[in-house]
Design a protein around this ligand. Sequence first.
Ligand code: SF4
Length: 481
Amino acid sequence: MPTVALIYPCGALFQRGEDRCQSNIDSSTATAMRACNDLGYAASVLKQKGFHVFLKDYQTERLDFQHLIADLKNNSVDLLMISTTNATVFKDLNIVASIKRSFANISVVLKSALFFDPPADLLTQLDLRNVDYLIGGESDFIIADLVQAHFFDKTRLANIGGILYKSEGQWVKTCFSSWRDDLDSLPFPDRSLMNNALYLRPDTQEKQATISVSRGCPSNCIFCLTPHISGKKLRIRSPENIFEEIKQCYEQFGIKNFFFKADTFTVNKSWTTALCDLIIASPLAGKIQWVANSRVHPLDQETLLKMKQAGCWLVAFGFESGSPESLEKMKKGTTVEQNKAAAEMAKKAGLKVYGFYLIGFPWEKKEHLLQTQKLMFDIDADFVELHIATPFYGTQLYDMAKAGGLIPDTVLGKDYFNAPTVGTKFLSIQEIERFRKTTILKYHLRASYILRKLKEAMFKPVILKNYIVFGLKLIGNTLKK
Ligand code: SF4
């Protein structure tokens, strides 16, 4: 059978497996690199079909191009799948071009949210001569069919939803209008091929697995890719199926820390409670810890207490803004009061809070930014990220920024810290970047914040060391031009 290589290519750290945000990890404040589950899922489904699989995350291994070339040669690779992002796509295509100079016969698949039903003008910006297929749909449900069709029967390509393939030199798009509900039917990501020691909980540096527990979101936030790429229907795995994966991680790979990847972990209360109850009643109760994302509304104290009891130690909220006008215009469906109440409830439940904020929407003036800054300080979360809104292709924000003349050339190659807009209608991008950096520094250099962190890390040398490392990284990133 042919050999398929699944890779994150060399370069800076990006959250390639998280299509919604594709975060720049090197520039972030406290976010850690998460596991390459997209590659792990692809490995499992390909192995089920009998293909030989090679998997490596070169960016997180900090390995260079020469290592990649040596691996492709040593493993006699026939087809290569690269997970790419909005920010890295040009660099990744350069890597593909260099690979093809040495291995002309390797077929190349690029996988990214970028290619979800892409408009023609996006494709024309990219040099895709060396690429054979683009996957924009959910790659775990697609890759095995695509590879089988490629090697054994190309007539089947047209029936595989969520891809683009070439026919007579032209890209042909298949169906992008439906999502698979049967999440339990997927095998677990193949962690025997993933280097689990690369993906660590940031404070303790223990191994941390990502468990994808649900997909899709019924909300309509104008900046978010989820409704576009994962659909507006919440699709969930059964608690039993999720628990089996947790158990496998614990028993086979010695992993005790988890990130439950869900666009909205708490939106379906009975499901969240059922999963927590399963953990609480299991022999793993008290032995594992985990983190999850949550909307601030709907949310209640009971759910947060249950999460804490089941091992949750941190909850991440997309507070986004302290401006009522901005929350409304971005269609977040939440209020400033709900932001504050959610943070309060989480703290009361004994959970740490990770707050995410966004500035730089087309309508925003300095007063909106100051309202967001005030909310950051009022909520006083344990960890924060302040991002500049990035108008990804496929979002309503993209259409708005484009129509307003706020995107000078392209959004491709940019991220939350290198936003592609000229700014808002009222503020230049330089003013917004300056505001972001000043706010981040002010927030973390408060005596009360530093004292709190020191108190938390007292008698815990590993945590203390990691707080210092992240603090230095934060100051370095914030001061650099
Ligand atoms: S609530 Fe908004 S930001 Fe969060 S996943 Fe849903 S659409 Fe995206």
